[in-house]
Design a protein around this ligand. Structure first.
Ligand SMILES: [Fe+2]
Length: 185
């Protein structure tokens, strides 16, 4: 289930609030400029190609491009049998920012976004049908877990600009990881 857990950065052992209602999640994230939405499920074969996935969600992607100025969309997918899964997990596991919005729509599977606002951390477990747009400059990290399973549509204003600028903070290592918050899913 899509779940937002809000922590105080100095009390990572116990969430202040846990929210599962999609409208409540949308409101709490919206207060920090983060766009959250849920799109209707499309029937797609398990082995759908990137082109088939983008075609299935063409209306939603076109609307986001029009409303937010995104130029391109692609599909990223990872499965638990990937030999480099540990390296991929590690890549975005520390706090960082981008000069681009980080936009992900989950076609399949799940992943855990951590958003750092002031002295609080919002941990959002995203699942199939969830859309999240993390504004540029937002301190965040992403945990796909030890057995990653997800397929996401990504949208970009400028794909070349989407690089991580690490803050050097150790906060990510002090918050519960995917293994705790995703409940072994
Ligand atoms: Fe990121």
């Amino acid at each position: 289930m899509t779940t937002l857990s809000i922590f105080h950065q100095n009390q990572p052992e116990q969430a202040l609030t846990v929210v599962t209602d999609p409208d409540a999640i949308r409101n709490k994230l919206s207060a920090h400029g983060v766009h959250f939405d849920r799109w209707a499920t499309r029937d797609l074969p398990a082995d759908a190609t990137e082109e088939e996935i983008l075609e299935a969600y063409a209306d939603e992607v076109a609307r986001l491009k029009q409303d937010w100025g995104f130029q391109t969309a692609d599909v990223v997918s990872l499965t638990a049998d990937h030999p480099q899964k540990d390296a991929f997990r590690q890549k975005f596991l520390d706090e960082h920012t981008h000069s681009e919005d980080e936009v992900r729509f989950f076609v399949r599977g799940q992943g855990l976004f951590y958003l750092h606002f002031g002295d609080q951390v919002y941990a959002l477990l995203c699942e199939k049908n969830d859309l999240i747009s993390v504004p540029d400059g937002t301190r965040h990290w992403f945990d796909m877990g030890p057995e990653p399973e997800f397929t996401c549509i990504r949208l970009f204003s400028n794909p070349e600009g989407w690089v991580a600028s690490f803050t050097g903070e150790d906060i990510a290592s002090r918050l519960p990881r995917y293994e705790s918050l995703a409940g072994g899913a």
